[in-house]
Structure formats: structure tokens, C-alpha cells
Design a protein around this ligand. Structure first.
Ligand code: EPU
Length: 428
């Protein structure tokens, strides 16, 4: 096992290039199955969720070749299976996308209920409701969701809540359904639009992605394509907060500034300078940080995936800030870790009250999930002294080479191996 060791206090300076979007890539790889010809996908981030996606594709008989560090060639012509076993599905949330893609491709799917970050209950009832509307029947045995259909048929689907996974999953299956599917109350996240663009580049007929009504007219055949994934909104937002937390000056390259607007506006309100360019943003910290109230919402609202990072920044601000988490039931697990570093935060259900103390002190902490791990890194970079972060496998699920990128910006961060004896002692 490994941990990050950070000596805090260095101001981040220089340039960083953002990788392809995790949450787009983990949908686009399963969607590639729908093609009848090989596809090439570029700008894929090097993260463990992609490794797991490739393992699942391989287990279904799909040929995958790595053309270079960020480009994959995927040939789904000879797909042989329709089962994603628990050993693979448990490693990431996005394994649920194989339900929609297998259903669309071959009309049958057996996918173990997905794993992923523990953010409270994460049902998939809306995905199943969508598949049922498309004329698929579902059942569940031994934790495996079974879907099958004689013939997918387009239909009107209204989601009870905005769901990213549900929208993407139904969109994939509906591409191959007979006739028109209309998804209402659809998610509008940038990765939903990216997935729709990818599917359209293979010959799908999807309109309205990025609005709350998506119309999909089914087609018989999807063909090969060469497609480049959008930059990661959350990785970019995380580096923006890192620059702000260290009173740094960082040019964040390969971003879509429009996707970052809700983060930019909050940072500016807190006293951080954010300059927008065509495909980059410069973040300059150093002015006293002001308190802010933030409520997470579906896009274009403030992303839940940035909540732990911005909350950490607010511990360094003057005054009381209130954070309301409205997407997930339990996304404040990291607060106990921040308290170890001197943060003053109280949590009541989905609301956290942060009394800014202006400073954090290094301590041993752990990543409780992916974005919580990013929050610990931010805390460590800003803190006085040394912070050691365990369970960094969570961070590696979604941030491409984060410690290398941070070192290039002047951070004092290294990854060290935890001796086996120490791991065993902790387990006792
Ligand atoms: N929900 C239901 N039933 C459903 C689907 C969702 O009740 O059938 C609820 C969820 O429990 C949650 C809310 O609806 O309370 C929104 O869930 P959503 O389906 O939008 O989330 P998700 O598909 O499970 C994706 C991202 C998450 C991100 C959320 C919200 C992927 C692989 N995961 O999850 O990303 O937080 O959308 O934007 O795309 C992360 O990257 O760190 C991460 C957790």
C-alpha cells in the first residue's frame, strides 16, 4: 500500500494540463460496444477506473489496444459475452453503463450491482425504469442485474430526479431501439453531451443533449469513429482550488471555461482572481479568502464532485460558510479527517457549517473516497507541516498523475510505500 506525504506551504506556480474527463470516458468506453466496427478514442485519462473498464471490455470478448498513453482502439465486432461479474463490477460505479450498452447491442445483459465511492445509498431504480420503458425486463439474482428484451422500442421516459448515470444508460440503449425515445428531466452535465456527441459520431441520432429533454431516434447500425474526450471539469476545478489554497498562480490548460463557470464564480466571490482564456484559466490566490455559502446541484449548478475540495478551501477563509449537499445523502465523511488537521466543521445531515480558522496543520489522514482524497491533498498543500494521506487508491481512480502534476507546480509531495508490517498492525 502507498500513501502521499506532503510538506505544506509551497505556493503552486506554473502551468498544468488537464486530462480527459473521467466521467465521460467511463461512459464512452462501454458505449463503444454499440459500434459494429472498430473505434478510436483519444484523450483517455490514465486512471484506475479506465483500467477496470478495459478489463470489463476484455472479459466480454472485446479487443482493446492501447495506441499510445491516451488513445485506445476498441473492436467490439467479436463480442462473446454479456456478463460483468462482481469481481470487476465492484471496483467502480460506472460498471452500470454496461447494462445500457449490452442491452442496446445484443438485447441481454448480466451486470453485478456496481461499486464506487460510498456516498450514501446509490440506487439504480431510474435506470431500470428507463430500460423497462424501452421494453426490457429486469430481474435480480445473487446481486446480478439481469436485463433482456425481445426488441427494444422507443418510449417517453420521465426521470423522478436528475440522474447522470440513468440518462447516459438509457441514451445508450435507446440508440438501438425502434423509433423515438424522449428522456425528460435529463441530466445536462458536460459528460452527457460528450457521450451524445460520441454516439452521434458513430451514426446515432440524438438531439437535445445538454438540455433537460433528449430525443433519440433509434438506428440499426452504428459505425466506427475517431473521437476525442472532453477535458475533465472536476480535475480542472480541483487544480483551481489547489492554486487558491496555496496563494498560488497557476495557468490551467486544456479546459472548457464554460464548464467551470459555477466554480469560477464561487472562487471569485471568495476573493480569488480567475482569468478566463479560450481553453485555459489562470487562478491567482493570495488575497484574504472570504466565506461563501454553497449548495450542490445538477449541472449547471455547483458540482457535488467539487464539494469536498471547496469546503476544504473554506476552512482557510475568514468567517462562517454553509455547505448544503443536495445530491448525495452522505458526502461529508471527509470532515472527520479535516478536523484532525484543525478544521472547525459541524455537520447536520446534508448541511455542513464551516467556521474558517484561516489555517490547517499537517496530520496523518486518509482518503475516504475519490473527491475526499483530493480534498485531503488540498488540505495538505495548504497546511503547516507534514500531512500523510492513506488510502490513495481512491485518488488514483480519478486523477491522472496528480502527484507528478503537483510536483511540476512546485508542491512538495511524494508517494511512499507503507511497510507491510505497518499495514498489518493497522488491521489488528
Ligand atoms: N438516484 C436514484 N436512483 C437512480 C439514480 C440516481 O435515486 O436510479 C439518485 C442518487 O442516489 C443520487 C442522485 O440520484 O442521490 C444523483 O445520482 P446520479 O445518478 O446523478 O449519480 P451517479 O450516476 O451515480 C455520477 C458520477 C458521480 C457524480 C454524480 C452526480 C459517474 C461514474 N459518476 O454518479 O461522480 O457525483 O453523477 O454528478 O459518472 C465522482 O466522479 O467522484 C463521482 C462520484
Amino acid at each position: 500500500m502507498e500513501k502521499y506525504v506532503i510538506r505544506g506551504g509551497n505556493r503552486l506556480q506554473g502551468e498544468v494540463t488537464i486530462s480527459g474527463a473521467k466521467n465521460a470516458a467511463v461512459a464512452i468506453l462501454p458505449a463503444a460496444l454499440l459500434s459494429d466496427e472498430p473505434v478510436i478514442i483519444e484523450n483517455i485519462p490514465t486512471i484506475s477506473d479506465i483500467d477496470w473498464s478495459i478489463k470489463i471490455l476484455n472479459c466480454l470478448g472485446v479487443e482493446v489496444r492501447m495506441l499510445n498513453r491516451s488513445t485506445l482502439w476498441i473492436d467490439p465486432k467479436n463480442i462473446t459475452g454479456h456478463t460483468v461479474p462482481y469481481e470487476l463490477a465492484k471496483n467502480m460505479r460506472a460498471s452500470y453503463y454496461f447494462l445500457g450498452s449490452l442491452l442496446g447491442k445484443i438485447g441481454v445483459a448480466d451486470v453485478a450491482l456496481p461499486g464506487g465511492c460510498d456516498l450514501g445509498t446509490r440506487p439504480i431504480d431510474q435506470h431500470l425504469k428507463g430500460f423497462a420503458a424501452l421494453n426490457a425486463v429486469d430481474s435480480m439474482e445473487n446481486g446480478i442485474v439481469h436485463l433482456e428484451t425481445e426488441h427494444l422500442t422507443g418510449n417517453r421516459i420521465y426521470f423522478d430526479m436528475v440522474t447522470v448515470g440513468g440518462t447516459a444508460n438509457v441514451m445508450m440503449a435507446a440508440c438501438k431501439a425502434d423509433g423515438l425515445t424522449i428522456i425528460e428531466n435529463a441530466a445536462k452535465e458536460p459528460h452527457i453531451v460528450d457521450l451524445a456527441n460520441f454516439l452521434n459520431s458513430m451514426g446515432a441520432d440524438i438531439m437535445g443533449a445538454g438540455t433537460d429533454v433528449i430525443k433519440i431516434r433509434g438506428v440499426d447500425h452504428l459505425h466506427g469513429t475517431q473521437y476525442s474526450i472532453i477535458p475533465d471539469q472536476i480535475e480542472a476545478g480541483t487544480f483551481m482550488v489547489m492554486a487558491a489554497a496555496t496563494a498560488g498562480n497557476v495557468l490551467i490548460r486544456n479546459v472548457i471555461p464554460k464548464h467551470l463557470e459555477c466554480i469560477t464564480v464561487k472562487l471569485q466571490k471568495m476573493g480569488v482572481t480567475v482569468e478566463e482564456y479560450d481553453d485555459s484559466v489562470r487562478v491567482i490566490g493570495g488575497a484574504p479568502l472570504q466565506k461563501a455559502n454553497i449548495k450542490t446541484l445538477p449541472y449547471p449548478g455547483f458540482p457535488t464532485d467539487m464539494q469536498p475540495q471547496i469546503s476544504t478551501l473554506l476552512t482557510l477563509a475568514e468567517g462562517i460558510s454553509i455547505i448544503t449537499e443536495s445530491i448525495f445523502d452522505s458526502r461529508f465523511k471527509y470532515v472527520d479527517q479535516l478536523r484532525r488537521m484543525g478544521a472547525d466543521i459541524s455537520v447536520d445531515g446534508k448541511v455542513a457549517v464551516i467556521q474558517g480558522t484561516g489555517r490547517l496543520k499537517g496530520a496523518p489522514v486518509k482518503a475516504t473516497d475519490l473527491r475526499a482524497g483530493a480534498a485531503m491533498i488540498i488540505a495538505g498543500l495548504a497546511a503547516e507541516g507534514i500531512t500523510e494521506i492513506e488510502d490513495i487508491h481512491y485518488v488514483e481512480r480519478g486523477y491522472d498523475g496528480i502527484e507528478k502534476k503537483l510536483r511540476a507546480l512546485g508542491a512538495d509531495i511524494k508517494k511512499v510505500i507503507i511497510p507491510e508490517e505497518a499495514v498489518l498492525q493497522q488491521a489488528r
